[in-house]
Design a protein around this ligand. Structure first.
Ligand SMILES: Nc1nc2c(ncn2[C@@H]2O[C@H](COP(=O)(O)OP(=O)(O)O)[C@@H](O)[C@H]2O)c(=O)[nH]1
Ligand SMILES: [Mg+2]
Length: 311
């Protein structure tokens, strides 16, 4: 059982237990979200995204240490859709971030064990758990952006896109269609490879974008030597301040709520037609198969059944 007071107090074991509950999904997760409602909205959430190997985990650790050093409470959530069930991955990021753990940050890999709506819903709920637990910063490491099962951009306040220069693929960021999604660009491994080409490519791509109130900064970092980490932290603070202006934060929260509820509606319908309404679903499918019903009419009939049963 999750002890809600423990979660609200930020007790590590209580928070860990709550995260297991949201991974599991089901009535307990739903109940937990109900209890936490009203205790949310104080955390600043940051997605750290980019291709495998660019140094996201290392950067998260360095950034986390800088944030802890500044006297704030930090939680790290590693979301990797490619290894949702891997116990190895579960331990991997914990052992890869020992220095951060040592400084009292909370580090956890997300998995999903059948939560309604999968990893996306579980991750969203996990952000709320960590928010309610009083963390000032929640750093979410995820692979890729936009096309993923977990589209982190809509979930967090700030998206940091990490790339590395010198791969002979300087426009990779522009091509991937993530220019609009990233709020901050980090060109990493500057100790190893020159960032110049990549920085120039990003800046010229940004120059083509329509003028916006927020101009994404391009920060050069070395997660290994610590170069640029303070600059990255400063950019995060800038973006947080930017969101606090003119109701941007509440607008972002409304957008997130909309996506979340939409996702849950779809997931709940899926769950019904695969579960309690499976027989009705089969029947409708047979009618479609026999040519007695077109797919649109079938879908409408099924929706009506869902609606009737839900009352
Ligand atoms: N030289 C150098 N290596 C780095 C830097 N950041 C990360 N790495 C290394 O790059 C490899 C991949 O890093 P990791 O953080 O696991 O990347 P991720 O897959 O994006 O999370 C590891 O061997 C890191 O030690 C950096 O700034 N400079
Ligand atoms: Mg990683």
């Amino acid at each position: 059982m999750v002890q809600v007071p423990d979660v609200l107090a930020g007790d590590v074991r209580g928070v860990a237990r709550a995260l297991s509950v949201v991974e599991q999904g089901g009535p307990e997760a739903e109940g937990l979200m109900r209890t936490l409602r009203g205790r949310l909205g104080s955390a600043q959430t940051v997605g750290i995204t980019g291709a495998p190997g660019v140094g996201k985990s290392t950067l998260v650790q360095a950034l986390g240490i800088a944030l802890v050093g500044a006297g704030t409470r930090v939680a790290v959530l590693a979301v990797d859709p490619s290894s949702p069930f891997s116990g190895g991955a579960l331990l991997g990021d914990r052992v890869r971030m020992p220095d951060l753990l040592e400084r009292g940050a909370f580090v956890r890999s997300m998995a999903t064990r059948g939560a309604l709506g999968g990893l996306a819903v579980a991750t969203s709920d996990a952000l709320d758990v960590l928010d309610a637990a009083g963390f000032d910063w929640i750093l979410v490491e995820t692979v890729g952006v936009g096309q993923d099962e977990v589209d982190i951009a809509g979930e967090v306040h700030t998206v940091v896109l990490v790339t590395v220069g010198g791969l002979g693929d300087e426009v990779q960021a522009a091509k991937a269609g993530v220019m609009e999604i990233a709020n901050i660009f980090a060109v990493n491994k500057t100790d190893q490879v020159s960032a110049d080409g990549q920085v120039a490519a990003i800046e010229s791509a940004l120059a083509l974008a329509p003028p916006a109130a927020w101009q994404p900064p391009v920060v050069r970092t070395s997660a290994l030597t610590g170069e640029g980490i303070e600059g990255l932290r400063a950019s995060l603070l800038d973006h947080r301040r930017f969101l606090d202006d003119g109701g941007r934060r509440s607008e972002a929260h409304r957008r997130r709520a909309r996506r979340r509820v939409e996702r849950l509606v779809s997931a709940m319908i899926q769950e019904r037609i695969r579960g309690p309404l499976a027989a009705a679903f089969d029947e409708v499918l047979e009618d479609v198969g026999r040519g007695e019903l077109d797919p649109y009419a079938a879908a409408r009939r099924l929706l009506e059944t869902v609606h009737r049963e839900a009352r």
